[in-house]
Design a binder for this molecule. Structure first.
Ligand SMILES: Cc1ncc(COP(=O)(O)O)c(C=O)c1O
Length: 387
């Protein structure tokens, strides 16, 4: 009855069972997987969303790529990050996830393929499958810093490959694309007629930036390129539903891509008028939330680093940016066993590396977003149990 594009519902496993039991019994636990900023104890000004009630929104003027003022506001926000883009090359979306869906519609026939990094963000499986697209993986290697294995990436290109996805800063590794990686990737994409899609939702959260980091995938003009972002991360407002695509590359490709995106977006018109009218103000006010998140994630990382230094069997894989940190821990037990043990005995929930397709065990991923008192206490209880 239903489409084969639907991914399988994840089967219950030992971890989801243990978590359900704790919840049923009302037993509290420290959630170091929390990635929802609105549940992280940040101080959101009560009138932060007042601009959504602007009377201008009582008029509906459909604009498939977005209202001009909102596209200007997003272009200004790119400029804040040191990236210059013409507002005409901005496409508004309801979220970054929706941006992926629009881009797969633009670039892929059913059965076409895109390249996604591993380890990486688990939603890619769903985002691709639901558009009838297949995901092939290319490896990120850690050797003091994460790098794209470009030779391995080239080997998975097939005649049906349409795009290379990069997540920079990466979820969960926190790695950023270097300028050298960007120019090599862009040259490869141009040569193979592939689009380059850069998920830059965490670009506002540097932790230990490297001088070689590229500012954006838009910092080259060789390949047809899409930079994805949104209020969800940049202003800690996932519930407001405003994302964007910045389009770059050779004008001969950018112009038809924008025309086609206009047609696709016109079919849905999914971005609400109130959020577009409010975009400039939300982007400006969002700085207050962004500042709190940036301070929180930096403080959590400092605390984690000094705690890990007291437990030499564990290693922190230093993130350059983003909201997460990866720990390498002794692999004497499976990741599932370790995570269950932490939950059942210490009441601390962390993500196992396999959730992000780490190629081997044992890695744990922690969110740097929880309030300091929750984070510090959980880390102090967790580390001795990992040795
Ligand atoms: C790397 C990455 N991209 C995109 C998203 C989704 O963002 P949005 O809420 O704008 O769909 C997330 C959410 O966690 C993410 O981690």
């Amino acid at each position: 009855m239903f489409s084969s594009r639907l991914p399988q519902t994840p089967a219950p496993n030992a971890l989801s069972g243990a978590l359900a039991r704790l919840r049923e019994r009302g037993i509290p636990y420290a959630d170091l997987t929390e990635s929802n900023p609105t549940r992280a104890g940040l101080a959101y000004p009560p009138d932060l969303l007042r601009s959504l009630a602007d009377a201008r929104s009582l008029v509906y003027e459909p604009a498939p790529l977005g209202l001009p003022a909102a596209r200007h506001a997003v272009a200004d926000d790119f400029r804040r990050r040191g990236v210059t883009i013409d507002p005409q090359r901005i496409v508004l979306t309801a979220s970054t996830s929706e941006a992926y869906a629009l881009l797969f519609k633009l670039l892929c026939d059913p059965g076409d393929r895109v390249l996604v990094p591993v380890p990486s963000y688990p939603l890619f499986e769903y985002l691709t499958r639901l558009e009838g697209v297949e995901a092939d993986t290319y490896p990120l290697e850690y050797d003091g810093a994460w790098e794209i294995d470009l030779e391995a990436l080239k080997r998975v290109i097939t005649p049906r490959t349409r795009a290379v996805l990069v997540v920079s800063p990466s979820n969960p590794t926190g790695a950023c694309l270097t300028r050298r990686e960007l120019s090599r990737l862009a040259a490869l994409c141009a040569e193979e007629s592939l689009a380059l899609i850069g998920d830059e939702v965490f670009a506002d959260y540097p932790l230990r930036p490297r001088a070689e980091a590229a500012k954006s995938v838009l910092a080259q003009n060789l390949a047809l390129t899409f930079s994805l972002g949104g209020l969800s991360k940049s202003a800690g407002l996932p519930q407001v539903k405003l994302g964007w695509i910045g389009v770059g590359g050779p004008p001969a490709l950018v112009e038809p891509a924008l025309e086609a995106l206009e047609l696709i977006s016109d079919t849905y018109l999914s971005v609400s008028t109130p959020v577009q009218q409010a975009a400039a103000e939300l982007l400006a006010w969002g700085g207050r939330i962004r500042g709190q998140i940036a301070a929180r994630t930096r403080a959590s990382l400092d605390q984690l680093r000094s705690a890990v230094a007291r437990h030499p069997a564990c290693r922190l894989l230093e993130p350059e940016a983003g909201w997460y940190a990866v720990l390498q821990v002794p692999g004497t037990r499976s990741e599932e066993r370790i995570v269950l043990d932490l939950l059942e005995r210490e009441r601390v929930l962390v993500h196992p590396g396999y959730f992000f397709d780490f190629p081997r065990e044992a890695f744990l991923v922690v969110s740097l977003l929880p309030p300091a008192e929750v984070f510090e206490d959980a880390v102090e209880r967790m580390l001795p149990r990992l040795e």
